[in-house]
Design a binder for this molecule. Structure first.
Ligand code: Q9C
Ligand code: ZN
Length: 335
């Protein structure tokens, strides 16, 4: 099994013109079928509340479950079916990480709705339940000692960062665009209390792309992952850093996204190939589709041709940010 997906996710429709629409998944599923990659897909069973409780307050869960029609923020609406689909999305993430653990293989969870903006008692930014935090907690409570979360969505994962800021058993590394939603993810925030040194933020300016990400991975993300020695790597994977994306303005190409994924799969060779990609954002459906297909293809040994490969950043525009992050991180890591 490589891909984890639930039909029910199509039923999550915030409003007809919302960018986080079911067409995103329809595009991906169609693409995977076209490339012969849809023979290896697993669905999840209804989300279990016990798995949500270590991450979210019971009051918040009850509110989501019972409010009927309400809104968490202007662009994060709750309908009567939202809680159930969000809980299934969280379960999808858990199942993909558990499968990866049992079989020593990378997995891709088509989590929808996404999760990384959701905190203990709030949802925002199209997120209701923090899928990746829920999966990380599940692994930590079933024998794992250290989990690394790499957040490659263009937005900072404020929810994930906050949930784990004080912990040293969860490493959180985020690359994101600065100056856009949600506004968190400053390079000088390195965690709290026991967790100091276990949060790394790289807030890149508009325009940063391929060469910036290549450098961030080789100079910082890879060495820190090697030293942390995680039992598994979980990836908040968005494709909204793509130059085609309508919601942000970084300039990653499709191949740039694929290299990010490859780097993480290579890092995971040191933890029995335990790496799980969980879908976060990505709002240009053709770009989202080709990138996800290429990553799943990489996992399965199938080559997927990429179309959106313009290189817009070949001079490491984000070097200053990477250096500032390295300077902060070098207090805690050998860099
Ligand atoms: N003026 C994810 O990619 N935009 N969420 C708010 C407010 C919210 C993105 C704009 C973007 C949320 C999972
Ligand atoms: Zn995003």
């Amino acid at each position: 099994m490589t891909v984890f997906f639930n039909e029910e996710s199509y039923g999550h429709i915030q409003d007809p013109f919302h960018p986080e629409s079911p067409d995103r998944l329809r595009g991906i599923v169609q693409g995977l079928k076209r490339h012969g990659l849809w023979d290896d897909v697993m669905a999840s069973k209804t989300g279990k509340i016990e798995n949500l409780l270590p991450v979210h307050d019971e009051d918040y869960i009850d509110f989501l479950r019972t409010c009927g029609e309400c809104s968490l923020t202007m662009d994060t609406l709750v309908h009567k079916e939202t809680f159930e689909i969000a809980a299934l999305s969280a379960e999808c993430g858990i199942d993909a990480t558990v499968y990866s653990k049992m079989n020593g293989k990378p997995t891709f969870a088509l989590t929808r709705p996404p999760g990384h903006h959701a905190g203990r008692n709030y949802g925002m930014g199209f997120c209701y339940l923090n899928n990746i935090a829920i999966a990380a907690n599940h692994l930590l409570s079933s024998g794992d000692e250290r989990i690394a979360i790499v957040d490659a969505d263009v937005h900072h994962g404020n929810g994930t960062e906050q949930i784990f800021a004080h912990r040293k058993d969860v490493l959180y590394i985020s690359t994101h665009q600065t100056g856009i939603f949600p506004g968190t993810g400053n390079v000088d925030f390195v965690g709290k209390g026991e967790g100091v040194g276990y949060t790394l933020n790289m807030p890149f300016a508009s325009g940063c792309g391929d060469s910036t990400y290549d450098t961030a991975h080789s100079n910082l993300i890879e060495p820190v992952l090697r030293q942390f020695e995680p039992d598994a790597i979980l990836v908040s994977f968005g494709v909204d850093g793509h130059y085609r994306d309508p919601l942000a303005s970084l300039s990653l190409s499709s191949d740039g996204h694929l290299r990010v994924a490859r780097n993480l799969m290579r890092a995971a060779e040191r933890c029995e190939n335990r790496v799980t990609f969980m879908l976060e954002g990505g709002y240009d459906v053709p770009a989202l589709t080709e990138v996800v297909c290429a990553i799943v293809g990489e996992m399965r040994g199938v080559e997927v041709k990429l179309e959106y490969n313009d290189i817009m950043d070949n001079s490491c525009l984000g070097r200053g940010v990477i250096e500032r992050c390295m300077r902060n991180a070098s207090e805690y890591w050998d860099l």
